[in-house]
Every structure is written in C-alpha cells, then in structure tokens.
Design a protein around this ligand. Structure first.
Ligand code: PLP
Length: 391
C-alpha cells in the first residue's frame, strides 16, 4: 500500500507517495469508517455519565459500541466489554485486577504483560516460540492457587499462533483463569473466545484501523475484576475515568469493518508468502522464523545474517520501505528481543531479524518494492563481506 492511499491528513504530507508501509503490527492506518464515526460523534459530545439528554445520547453511543467490539471475539456478551486506554492498560487490568495469588505468563508475551507483574512465573517456549504445554501443566500442579495464566493468541514479532485452546483447557483443569492477549490476532484471523475458553481477552483499536489510545478488556464469563484506576464508577465500576467517546465509536466502527473484511487476509497471506519466496530466492541463507508453524497471515520475521536489524531498518527506510526491528511499538527500543531469546535463536540471527508486517491494503507493489530494496541491500552487504575476505 502506498502510504498516501492509507493515510489521512498528516500522513499524506509527511510521507512520500512512493513509500511502502510494512509495519502494520506496530500500528495500522485509521480506517475511513473510523474517521467517519469520529466526525459524526463530534456533534454528539457529552459525558456519558450525565443524566441530561446530551449525556444520555453519549451513553447510547458508548453502549452501542460494545456489540461490534465483542463480535470480534465471536459470540460474546457485549456487557463483558470494558473500554480502556489500549492493550497495555487492558493487560494490566487483567493481570492485576483478577486478584490471583499466582500469575503465569509465557516467555514471549508483550512487554506490557511482563512489566505488569515482574514476579510472574514464566512458561517456557520451544524453538518456534510455542508454549510448552507440559511445562505449564507442571507449573500449575505445584504451588498455591488461585492462579491466572496469560498467553497471547499470536506473537507481535513473529506472528506465531499459540495453542490457546489447549492452554485454556490446562488452566481450567487446575482451576486457573486464562487471559489471552489477542491484540495482534484480532481482525486478522477469526476468533472465538468461548470456543478457546478464554476468561479475559485484550484488544487494541489501533491494530485494526481504530485510533491509538483506546482498547478493551473483554470478560467472557463472570470473572470479577478489581479496578486498577479508581474514582468514578464508569464501565460498571471496573474502570474509572470519563469514557473516550470519540475513540470508542471509532474502535467500534473499525471492529465492524475488520470482522466483515477478514477474508482480505486470504490475499494478504499470499502476498506475505510471495515476499518470503522472493527473499529465499535472493538469499538462500536468509531465515524466516516460525515459518513451519501456524502464524498470522500478515507477519514475517526475516533474518539477513551478518547485517544488523537496525542497519536494515534504516537502509530500507532510505529506500522508502518501512519495517521494524522486532517489537517497534516500544518507541526507539533497540536491543535483543526477549521473544527471540526465549526461542533460543542464535544471537547473531536474532540481531539481524527484522519484522515485516502487512495489512488489508498491502499490495503487489509493496512486495516488489520491499524485495527490490531488501535484495539491493543484501547484495551490497554480501559484496562488502566478499571484499573484506579478499582484502
Ligand atoms: N499486546 C501486544 C501483543 C501488542 O503487540 C501491543 C502493541 O503493540 C500491545 C499489547 C499494547 O497495545 P497498545 O499499544 O494499545 O497499548
């Protein structure tokens, strides 16, 4: 997708038309439907807690937004949707608000999970980044209860999908709650939270075409939560603070389109596979992490051995191709990826791995652009290496 096609306002002026945005796991462009919902709600401003007509009108907008957001997770009661400020807050509310003595998280969770409970017990993963179910079972067999298990649906750096239904079954057998961070999976693959057996699910608007700064923790059953932000009684006393009305209506609009258009990812996966085939043809020593297991249709973690990820990101950007070195959502973060370290990826490979992530408007031109820029960089670097050996 050329950024000009996807962006609104600022993006159009700041980014040249020929640029290719391949960093959708960091954030996605605002969908036109979300922008339209914001524009419409500008008129309906009001505090949803106010009893007068303006307040009641705003309340209707908030309540109406729960259904499309819940529908992203299949047949889930919309009253379980708690609107929060994003995936980070939803993860904190789940892990800290469930009130469990023990918290167990996979070794490849997003930083917002790891930082929420630094003392959490770690569930190890295999070389593809998939949680070791036996290890989870063993951990839950020992030690005190009640426990909460948090395992993401799909990883933000590699796209690797976890066996979440099995994780949920093990958690249930041990009387533990199961929280699933579905920030990256939502809108890219069809989700069914009840079939999976997740008690709590995290969603974030800006990964599906809504604005950043709004998200939801969805309670699929009867789990009680202690609010982590206290003050007013908003969100059924589970999250204080005046509701982000514009963000919430835009989130709902984006969720509705994302659910409707999920089939677009059949095309996205074909583009992603074409990109990976092009990389393999140009550089046989390139490595695609998690390539042999179930992955999101849009994500590719690609190592160009011998060239640091930071060098690649900068060089590709100079050529108009935007990708990231691992989890780019923590601004400016440079350093070894805990995800790749947990997978025991050779540090040299890990240090040369970039994340390429596609979205609903990615197209053939983006793939060609990436392959041209990536291959040129590879040849330059391989040439330098040859030269150094010869010298
Ligand atoms: N969880 C995962 C898997 C993510 O990839 C991200 C952001 O990249 C988050 C949580 C945090 O979401 P937010 O940016 O809405 O706080």
């Amino acid at each position: 997708m050329s950024v000009a096609d996807a962006g609104h306002g600022l993006g159009r002026r700041l980014v040249p038309k020929t640029a290719s945005y391949l960093d959708w796991n960091a954030t996605a462009p605002l969908r036109p439907e979300a922008a339209a919902a914001i524009a419409e709600a500008l008129d309906g401003w009001g505090n949803p807690s106010s009893v007068h007509r303006r307040g009641r009108a705003a309340r209707r907008l908030v309540e109406g937004a729960r259904e499309p957001v819940a529908a992203l997770l299949g047949d889930v009661d919309p009253s379980g949707v708690i609107f929060v400020s994003g995936g980070t807050e939803a993860n904190h509310l789940a892990l800290l608000g469930a009130g469990c003595d023990r918290v167990l998280v996979s070794a490849v969770e997003h930083d917002s999970i790891r930082a929420a409970v630094p003392s959490a017990e770690i569930i190890p993963v295999d070389a593809d980044g998939i949680v070791l179910l036996d290890a989870l079972d063993r951990l839950l067999s020992s030690g005190p209860h009640p426990a909460l298990v948090s395992v993401m649906y799909a990883n933000n750096e590699t796209g690797v999908v976890q066996p979440v239904a099995e994780v949920a079954a093990i958690a249930r057998r041990h009387g533990a709650l199961f929280h699933c961070d579905a920030v990256q999976a939502a809108g890219k693959v069809a989700l069914d939270a009840r079939k999976v057996g997740a008690d709590l699910v995290t969603l974030s608007a800006h990964k599906i075409g809504g604005p950043a700064g709004v998200g939801a923790l969805v309670v699929t059953g009867t789990t009680d939560l202690t609010p982590q932000l206290r003050g007013g009684g908003q969100e059924h006393r589970r999250r204080a603070g005046t509701e982000n009305l514009l963000g919430i209506v835009a989130f709902a609009a984006a969720a509705a389109v994302a659910a409707d258009e999920i089939a677009v990812y059949d095309k996205v996966v074909a583009l992603r596979d074409e990109l990976e085939a092009g990389v393999a043809a140009a550089a046989p020593e390139a490595v695609v992490l998690g390539a042999s297991v179930d992955r999101l249709p849009n994500t590719s973690a690609i190592a160009m051995p011998g060239v640091t990820a930071e060098t690649q990101v900068v060089a590709l950007d100079l050529d108009g191709v935007m990708v990231s070195a691992g989890a780019a959502c923590s601004s400016g973060k440079v350093g070894p990826s805990h995800v790749l370290a947990a997978m025991q990826v050779d540090p040299k490979i890990a240090g040369s791995t970039i994340r390429v992530s596609l979205g609903w408007s990615s197209n053939e031109a983006d793939i060609a652009h990436f392959l041209q820029a990536w291959t040129a960089l590879y040849r330059r670097c391989a040439g330098l290496a040859e030269g150094a050996r010869a010298a």
